[in-house]
Design a protein around this ligand. Structure first.
Ligand code: 2P0
Length: 341
């Protein structure tokens, strides 16, 4: 047996153990669910184990309220799943369809085939990652279709198998994904923090919404394998997370946002020290970053975070929204704790 088939067998064993007889429940005709996108304030960058998507460090995110994914499932009489993305059937051999059908084939009875209707509600062309909200919504909808009645903790672990950051997208507000220690990832699950922060705003500055040349998955693997700066990352990431969690509890915007920006810049430093170098920024990203730093020097409490892409996510408080909108004509404002944006 090859190493790969041994690994996938152990993921399958774990899935069968979690689902037990429920895996073979009689499905409803259809079900649907919604899950929000999320942006990490303390990032997940690097896996300690790839088949279960187990992270090297814990991470902490904020969900984006009504910006996320709606997934509808219906049972079809067919030999293969049918994957629809934003109203159009996607190529079954493409990356998205393969990831979705692989996940479904792990959790469903072998002969059950579905039509999967995925609609992303992130702002048009915002370049936001949709795999987190996509796999979270798929997990919730499947739980409902199959009548599994799993706990959120179990659902978080199942969503993680599709995409690591999906483990955090089952909740609104602040969410912490604990790295865990178990080999099968049963303790590598997320949970929501109780704190609400209605004054917290996020601004999306879209530099490009094109698919990136190097996926996060590949980028993490390359960074771990070749970047000498990665060695210090786990320690910093855990420290940053603790500072951010305490700042959220204390309602201390400056400490939270400053640490989030430092965490993102440090993650990007580990990437640029990889070989071949991994730089997700574009020249315009840097122009906008410098603008943020300049505004901050002039006294505006404005911070940024970035993921594995060229786009900026601004962090600020509601009382400064007018200033932020005046400085960035194209900014799209998100209220993670509000219902209006
Ligand atoms: C995060 N990112 O914490 C970090 C910051 C990107 C940079 O989670 O391989 O799409 O499916 O587990 O979840 C993107 O990684 O990767 C991500 P896989 P995923 O948000």
């Amino acid at each position: 047996m090859s190493q790969n088939s041994k690994i996938s067998l152990s993921v399958n064993n774990w899935v069968n153990q979690v689902l037990g007889a429920a895996k073979h429940n009689v499905p409803a005709a259809q079900a649907s669910a919604y899950a929000p996108s999320n942006i990490a304030l303390s990032k997940y960058w690097g896996k300690r184990e790839a088949s279960f998507n187990l992270p090297v460090t814990s991470s902490l995110s904020i969900s984006l309220a009504k910006h996320g994914t709606n997934t509808g499932l219906s049972v079809i009489d067919a030999l293969a799943h049918q994957v629809i993305l934003n109203g159009e059937e996607v190529d079954a051999t493409g990356n998205f369809a393969i990831k979705v059908t692989q996940w479904l084939d792990r959790v469903l009875p072998r002969n059950l085939k579905l039509r999967i209707d995925t609609v992303n509600t992130v702002p048009t062309a915002a370049g936001l990652a949709s795999s987190a909200s996509g796999f979270a919504a798929l997990t919730l909808a499947t739980n409902s279709l199959m009548g599994w009645q799993l706990t959120k903790r179990q659902l978080s672990a199942l969503a993680r198998l599709g995409s690591g950051s999906a483990s955090r997208s089952l909740w609104h507000g602040f969410v912490k994904w604990q790295a865990g220690e178990q080999a099968d990832g049963s303790d590598s699950v997320a949970f929501p923090l109780q704190q609400q922060w209605p004054q917290l705003k996020m601004g999306l500055l879209t530099i490009s919404s094109q698919t990136k040349a190097v996926s996060s998955r590949e980028g993490m693997a390359r960074t771990i394998a070749t970047s000498p700066l990665y060695k210090q990352w786990p320690q910093q990431a855990e420290l940053d997370l603790a500072v951010i969690e305490a700042a959220i509890e204390a309602n201390d915007f400056e400490t939270m946002a400053k640490t989030a920006e430092h965490n993102a810049m440090s993650m990007h430093a580990t990437m640029s020290a990889a070989w071949p170098p991994l730089v997700y920024w574009q020249p315009e990203s840097l122009t906008q970053m410098q603008k943020v730093w300049q505004l901050r020097e002039q006294g505006l409490p404005l911070y940024l975070t970035m993921d594995a892409g060229p786009n900026l996510k601004l962090l600020f408080e509601a009382k400064h929204q007018t200033d932020v909108e005046a400085a960035f004509a194209e900014v799209q404002i998100i209220s993670p704790f509000g219902t209006t944006c």
